[in-house]
Design a protein around this ligand. Structure first.
Ligand SMILES: [Fe+2]
Ligand SMILES: [Fe+2]
Length: 188
């Protein structure tokens, strides 16, 4: 999702993947290319894992706009985490055995920023998204991707730009972050 506007409809359940949505993509790919693809998809999955944990650790139950946006941020990064993991496996890459350190680092960064206050939380969010934007800019150019994976990565890259704009907006308007949530427009 790269648009901040609500569609005026409540989300119920994401479309379930069909078996046909999964392609086994490694056949016929040169070994060096395959290694590069797997390495970059693993790096992507690590980064997304950390991002999920940052937002999860920053969230608290108070009904504020910030906490609403943190749920959306975590959810969007969970989608990126899942998509990068399944694409890695489609290319025959084994998922990382030990993702624990990335969970821990993300969680600690999120919690420490929460203890330091709103500005630190928003600055960490902006830093995470800026890192992700750099990462996607580099990796889309670094590997000769198949068109479908290239489109997936560019879509994730665009999502990160949208996420960065949300945090920079709240950094400029911190009063909005602590206010009750802005409700989406009612369905027409
Ligand atoms: Fe992401
Ligand atoms: Fe993001």
């Amino acid at each position: 999702m790269s648009d901040d506007a609500s569609h005026g409809m409540e989300q119920t359940l994401r479309r379930e993947l069909r078996t046909g949505d999964i392609r086994l993509r490694a056949a016929g790919v040169a070994p060096a290319q395959l290694r590069a693809v797997r390495r970059t998809l693993r790096a992507t999955n690590r980064l997304e894992t950390m991002a999920v944990q940052v937002y999860r650790a920053q969230w608290s139950p108070e009904p504020t706009e910030l906490n609403r946006q943190l749920i959306a941020a975590m959810d969007n990064e969970l989608t990126h985490q899942a998509d990068s993991l399944s694409r890695l496996m489609e290319y025959g890459g084994r998922p990382m055995l030990m993702r624990g350190p990335f969970y821990v680092v993300g969680w600690v960064l999120g919690r420490v920023s929460r203890m330091l206050g709103l500005r630190a939380m928003l600055r960490l969010g902006a830093w995470v998204e800026a890192k992700a934007i750099d990462h996607y800019a580099h990796l889309t150019a670094a590997v000769d991707w198949d068109p479908a994976t290239h489109d997936l990565l560019v879509g994730m890259w665009n999502d990160e730009k949208c996420h960065l704009r949300r945090w920079t907006h709240l950094l400029e308007h911190p009063e909005e972050a602590l206010a009750p949530p802005r409700e989406p427009p009612a369905p027409q």
